[in-house]
Design a protein around this ligand. Structure first.
Ligand code: FE
Length: 368
């Protein structure tokens, strides 16, 4: 989902050149960088520009950005790449980074940016009022702050001819002896799995979460491989009976006109797990203002815009996700089919942080 798109307008050549500067530290290079930075900054102040580093790229995002420019006169330069590539780029660029706003997907990755201090603090009464407190995170040490702008749930899919919905009502049931040889998952080291396992450890404690993870590994139908859509297809084909997926992958299949996808959807059912206790695990896409943002005012305007009703609907529909602002409703038919459900309200910052525990668990139970 997070792939570089050649459609995106590239930064002006001057900026690209600046960003390709070799990473050596002679006095000359440093002076050159400062001069370029000053020139770049003043030119952009006049132009009203925002440099956006984004791991999102969906068709509706074009309208999202165009609408912001229309409202504010601020032009958006986009760098679109995968989450890890963007984080690496920010680290490499350091204080000379032209990034103003950084958008990433999954709390595990946003937390990485947080603890490395790649975001800056932001006091915004608009964001505080519109985004629920458990969907914002701030680092106590470095002040790095980020906000969720959409949510997705991690849910259970099952093969209707092999399993009943009530056998897989909770994440805990994936470790049940009755599912031996029936569970498919992607690698436990993937951020989506680390976030879920981290959240489960927050609820059960590390020892119980590890016992659960060991039970899931015992139930594997095959060695973990592939992405979420691969797990759904493996459930439909009967290679396994149960798997985990983020909701937007299921929503894409629900909305697909392809005959093979329709067949997949006929064979599988889905469960929003843990409705009788802590609720279904939610993850997010989100972002914050880059630590060294040259255009801070524009960056604040952009983040506040992302929390507006209209932008929330663009953002959510772009990837079949839910808006974070309470009361904003999209008319997405796949989301309607997923229905209302009880959501886990663990603070998103604690989900990010708990991936350290999750990684330890994954190692010990060999969920590779
Ligand atoms: Fe994804």
């Amino acid at each position: 989902m997070c792939v570089f798109t050649p459609k995106a307008p590239s930064l002006p050549n001057r900026i690209e050149g600046f960003m390709k500067l070799p990473r050596f530290r002679s006095a000359f290079a440093a002076a050159t960088s400062i001069l370029l930075s000053v020139a770049f900054g003043s030119a952009q102040a006049a132009d009203k520009i925002l440099n956006l580093y984004s791991a999102r790229h969906y068709q509706t995002d074009e309208a999202l950005y165009a609408n912001f420019t229309k409202q504010t006169g601020i032009r958006i330069n986009r760098i679109e790449a995968g989450d890890e590539a963007l984080l690496e780029r920010l680290r490499t660029e350091g204080k000379q980074s032209p990034a103003d706003v950084v958008l990433l997907v999954d709390a595990a990755r946003l937390w990485k940016g947080q603890i490395e201090g790649l975001f800056q603090p932001l006091k915004s009464s608009t964001l505080q009022a519109r985004i629920p407190a458990h969907l914002r995170a701030k680092d106590d040490g470095n002040g790095s702050e980020w906000f969720a702008f959409t949510t997705r749930a991690r849910i259970i899919v099952y093969n209707k001819s092999k399993v009943q919905a009530n056998e897989v009502a909770d994440y805990q049931s994936l470790a049940s002896p009755s599912l031996k040889g029936k569970v498919c998952t992607r690698s436990g080291m993937h951020p989506y799995m680390l976030s879920l396992i981290g959240a489960i450890s927050e609820h059960l404690g590390e020892a119980q979460a590890q016992a659960w993870a060991a039970g899931v590994v015992t139930n594997f139908a095959r060695t973990p491989r592939g992405g979420d859509t691969d797990q759904i297809r493996a459930v439909a084909s009967g290679e396994c009976a149960v798997a985990l997926t983020n909701t937007y992958y299921l929503a894409r299949l629900m909305r697909s006109d392809k005959p093979q996808d329709k067949t997949v959807m006929q064979r599988i059912g889905f469960v929003m797990p843990n409705q009788s206790n802590w609720g279904t695990h939610l993850n997010v896409s989100g972002g914050g203002i880059a630590r060294n943002a040259p255009h801070r005012d524009e960056a604040v305007k952009f983040l506040e815009y992302l929390a507006s009703d209209q932008a929330q609907i663009y953002l959510a529909d772009g990837n079949n996700e839910w808006p974070v602002v309470p009361g904003v409703k999209s008319s997405n038919p796949a989301l309607a089919a997923l229905g209302e459900f009880k959501q886990d309200t663990l603070p998103i910052g604690s989900i990010g942080r708990s991936q350290i525990t999750a990684a330890r668990i994954i190692d010990r139970v060999h969920w590779r």
